[in-house]
Unconditional design. Sequence first.
Lengths: 289, 1105
Amino acid sequence: MSFFLTALLTSAALFPQENRSGVPIPAVPDFQRDHAETFGRQIAEFADLYDRGWKDEIWQGKMILFDASGDSVERSTVRYTLENPDKGDKSLVRFMTPAEYKGVAALTHENPAGNDDQWLYLPSNRKVQRISGANKTASFQGTEFTYEDLAAIEVNKYKWRFLEEVELRKGEETIACYKVEGVPQYRDTGYSRLLFWFRQDNFRREQVEYYDRASQLLKVMQSRGWEAVHGRFQRPAIMEMKNVQTKKSTLLEVEKRFLNLSLYKSRRTGKARPNLTEEFFTTRALQSR
Amino acid sequence: MAAFLARGVRDGIISTPRVLSTTASFRLSQSPQSEPSAASPRNGGLETRLAEFLYRRRWILALLTLAVIAALGSGGWRRLIHFSNRVYALGDISNGLDPESQPLVFDSRFDIWFDADDEGLRLYKDIEHRFVAEDSILIGLEELEEPFGVFSRKTLATIARVSDELLKVPGVRDVRSLTSSPWIRYGLIGGDGGEQGLIVTDLVEPAPAEILDPTGPLSDRDLLERMIAVLGAENSAGLVGESKVRDFLGDNARFEDYHGEPRMQDSLVSADGRTTVIQIQVLRPKLSEALIANSFPEHERDRRIAPSLFATETQTAALRGVEHVLRTELGLAIPTPESQLLQQWIGSLEEGEEKDALDREFKDPRRNFMLGPDGELVRKFFEYDLQKNGKYVDLTDPSNPVTAPEDFRPKPRSEYEFHSNGMPVVERHFTEVGQADLKMVAWMFLVISAVLMLLFRHLGGMAISLMVVFASLTGMMGVLWLQGYLLNNLTAITPNMITAVGIADAVHLCAAFFAYRKRSSNKKEVLLAVLRANMFPVFLTTVTTAVGFLSLMTNDLFPVRNLGSTAVIGVFFAWWVTMATVPAFLSLMPVKGSTDQSISVREAHDPVHWLQQWHWGDWLTKRVLKRRRALIVFSVFLLLFSCIGLSRLRLDTDLRMAFPETDPVIVSFNWLEDRLGGIGDLEMVFEAPGDSQGSDQVLQRQAAIEALEIRRLGHEEDPGLAPLSSEDVKELERLKQEEGQYQRGRIAVSANFLRRLTAFEKRLREEIRQPDSPLFMVTDMTSPLDVLRKVHQVQNENQAEFYRVPSSEDIPPEALEPHLGFDEFTEEWSYTPPQSASTLAAQYYLQYENGAKPSQNLSSEISSDRRSFRMQVRMAHATSYGYQKAFDYIRKVALEEFPELVGDEVAVAEGRSDSTLAMSGKILLYSGMSWSFTVGFAKSLALALTVITLLIGFLFRSTAIALISMVPNVLPILLPLSVFGWLGLALDGPSVIVASIALGVCVDDTIHFFTKFIRAHRGGFAAEDALRLSFRQVGAALTITTVVLCLGFFVLSFSQFRPNIMLGRLAVAMIALAWICDFVLTPAFLSLLPDHPSDRASSPEPRTS
């Protein structure tokens, strides 16, 4: 597996694939390197801008939850996301395994201005229940990821500061990164600050460190097995969140991914697949399975 | 060795000239034959040769001994410092002071108090290993005046403010308080135009200032709503009056439908709404094995001790931070002027990581010291505490306490008093108390110095005795540290014991010297006489004391074993230092006899001559012999009385009995328990043992079932799907059967298990309400059943009748059918299996966890494979005996009345029972400790007694004497203990180990007395004269050592650790009784021995009487 990943990475690095997405890469802004706060914010803004235009995404994969003694349980989910810049993405997560969770689905309408709207469907009582999305510090499906960690980063909700240019070591590889600090400026947060490692050439987030309210390192997230989907959008195969205090960790590992569905051919009709639509992200769709 | 001993006794003490025996263990035979001296006409005796050797080589021996001890002491200390630095280096836990100035001398781990093989401890560690390892610090406060009780704005604002600050303390994982607890409810989401749904928020969200504002986001009605949600309608009515509650709920509401939140009642808030607790979850950090191996490469013992010690120290550091937050609230943490300068300096630095790091260090509440701009140590806060003398003193730097200015008056932010408790507080208290006990050695030195001054009226004798003690202690501690051990609460008293023992050794030599030196002008002669007379008695008493301590090594508990081994080492050092250094130091003192004095040392002790002088012993002997029959009968009666009393003795141990009632920790313990019920947890772990199957295997099977089911259900609709062959059908059946079997073991989501457990829980709740139930101390039970009930209710529009564990009626008919769907986007078929009460329970857990903070999820109650289920039972204080009865009763109810729920492993394997039941928790461990002490006590006492009796029988070659020796050896031990039995008082466990220790000391007296008696008796003296002679020889010495030892142990009654207090008192009683027995009862028995006329002829030494 790791051989495969390494091969993938090096090939991607040596032969940058041609951009087949139809979305051009934005021009690098005029970075103000002598002002740490401005520069930090510019990096975060540009990283956000860099990743726009993918329209929709289906992510199918495993969540592996490790407890402190290394025992694990595995759940697999499929996640449908509709990109909706500035207005908030919409997403639907559906459990595939284990059998007892099969069919459980959660619908989220992100709301940049306030609380997200969320609904949950349980197949055992066939009920769709509105659930409050106020608690961003709550765990995502019992994993080490919280809703806060998984939501798209709203640049305006952080105070940014560039720290340094560093070589991040990941296994055999060293990656030139910008290390940037973000201090959450909203109340409902579990963190005193976050440290981001943005890769210098394509601004993907290689690593994030989360510091608890007591300024102690709480969690480290690393992304591995990057792929430039359609030669344009950087997506990791594995996201690993390690809680350094409790030693628990969660691995999100992709099995199948579609980015911008219209770029794929349908197996049935042979034509381009339809993109996800707003109708798909309604409580009615949630119930109809 | 024993043969040598026996011979030594006969040769040396009984003074029959014999050829010197040589043994490898005692290499004295290598010393050249000494010249005959005036003082030792019989130069062939072992005692003489040894004495010669000790005298001639006294300076070499003394210097060598002191050098070895200095090396051991400094080596041990260096090892300790090295170890302690490494532990500190494992993580950031210091208070900012140099770690070297506060080495980890003390073993603060809790688990040393339990038998390592104990089933309960194994389970406890297993729980800690499987679930997250953490302990809680509890901070209690009460509000008696406000009409809303702790739901008043004032209290909630305080709690919100303190909770928020506490979260900033490193090591604090989460704070559960009235404001920050999850509040699960059904209500309107999204304001107007929103919809009803399930809401999980913190109970009180607004900031402290907003809470205080009556026109702010929280109206009085909102406060009342939260009160009812937590306390329930009935309790709320009790607090604010029925009309207010009725007003809120409406006229038709049934109060019993609003039962509040069981996971908060009686744990976070009292039922009357007047007391609340802030529960601070503090991590016990886990260290990777690689880090441990790297940090402690040299010693296996370090690798074992360090992780657990580090975990405890980390919690202690967090506790410091918590206390800083509380002091800030109470106006007792005042920034120092230096810290303001420090803050300015940090503020003036250039922006960057270095500044940030300094800023974080400055804000770290665990750390009261940090280095300033010029590398100087800065105290950040005055952390005042009110002392007993009414003064405010900052004690964070023990070497530099700071007293507040006279006019200091704290300005608290709120007027609440905080009562803190919880395991980290108790564990730190153990350490503090142990360290205070160590300081008692200084007192003991003082007391004993005074006694010695009175005794010797000579500075030299006192100085020599103290030197012996100091050197012995240094040697003992050096060896202890070199072995990689630390002190614990029991071993903290070894310095006191060894002081007593060492003094007794040295006193024998010094007293003899001061007595003899008046009679001779020849220093060598005096010293040789001193050595000859004391060498063997001192050695023998060393052996018997050591046997007493050694017998502790059979105990199951580590601190007891450690006490035994440490004390043995100390006893050995005391003997060695006495014999090797005292002669040298004594030889520096002048002798006072004139050269022409006619009475030589030897003649002074001529028995016949001696018996002519008056002695108080004569009076005593006469009295005893006159009433000897009565005394013997009385002794036998006392023995019987003691044995019966002993059989009634009950040992009891619990945390609370470890400290006096006025102890602050006990006071706050009682405070919390009086208001909230029990704060001790019993863990009941239901477990379906057997093969849990790997996640992969299960998922593969489920995937196989899904694939087959998709083909079975979908082949008509999708021509791409092949219909099932008959083999496929069989395979599907087999897989489903296997799956069913597997699901049965997943008890946490098994509908059957949950139903039976609910019945069991109900049965226990009913039992608790019975007036004299064995479960009277149980105050509360919580488990994920509460979560299921709550989620089920909220899922059903909050209707009261749905507050129950879901069952099969809750599954709508259409959900009972399997379902096949096609996903047009992934272009795949998807199969949903038939739903059941079990899948509903599983989905409810998921829903709960999805809304909970990571630290509140169910992983601490349900294992990830769903095969173990934990129920926490809160218990109020009871004796360990009471607890044991309760545990047995719970087990009995489970096994007898709920055989389908709980059975043994066989029953579970055969499918007759769902699970096994294991119980653990610190309460259970502590009550099990009592049992360990009882067994250990009986074992070690029996062992010590047997060894010592055999030893005496062997030394004196007489069964009769061995039997007689049991009277003065046993009676003083049993009598005090039996008094506890007769009075029906429970004795705390650790104190009984005193029996083994006191036995060793009592035997000293017996041996001293017996040797003198038998020597005279076998030498031809009649019993009465032999007794009179014995009193003359050892009466004074025994009395003095008894006084010294009693004083030594008496000092222990000033300990803050209750077992040590009791140990001290019992030891005093036993040692004093031993003295009485030896002087009153023993003579009565000894006088029964037949005279030995034959011995008189063969022994040249005693003159005819």
